[in-house]
Write a protein that binds this ligand. Sequence first.
Ligand code: PRP
Ligand code: URA
Length: 209
Amino acid sequence: MGHFQVISHPLIQHKLSILRRKDTSTKDFRELVNEIAMLMGYEVLRDLPVEDVEIETPITKTVQKQIAGKKLAIVPILRAGIGMVDGLLSLTPAAKVGHIGMYRDEETLQPVEYLVKLPEDIDQRVVLCVDPMLATGGSAVLAVDSLKKRGATSIKFVGLVAAPEGVEMLQKAHPDVEIYVAALDEKLNENGYIVPGLGDAGDRLFGTK
Ligand code: PRP
Ligand code: URA
């Protein structure tokens, strides 16, 4: 099976508990999603390759490190994935941003793709596919299908809350994709919502319900 990691730093756990509360405002929800995404990014990008670079300090010349090689693309799954983009961009401001538009049919829970717009050189980038919720896994699997169809070869999925069903489905369909989440919850309910979860991430982020 591919890499699966729950990033459970105390700061992340604390912020996630506030995020889950039903009385957390849209404004706070948006800020917290970005903060958690940034804290997760620090760990998700731990294996970025570095190379030697010669620099000059006020004292002397010296060989130090800089990030090398592959560049990054951040690809949110709309809508809720958008909430994680700014937090990640604060770590990697030069990353390109793609978009994959997808919604779940509320009856069948099947994801429906309505938009794909990616950086042209997506095949040469490490792709962070981001979506706060990994529920049945249908949306994440279809998004990764879409990325691979357009040439992406190095993909990490970054989410906030996952259900065991979603992790299993994504791992089975795409064992090469690394999965990072802030919490692995108990289960899905009969409507396909994560329990205990945080409700509908898109609606809470954008205040649409
Ligand atoms: C939510 C969420 C994921 C998807 C997860 O999006 O942001 O994309 O559901 O569910 P799955 O793992 O069962 O596919 P939603 O369909 O509510 O669209 P929205 O972000 O536009 O609200
Ligand atoms: N999408 C959400 O936004 N929340 C869930 O719990 C499941 C899917």
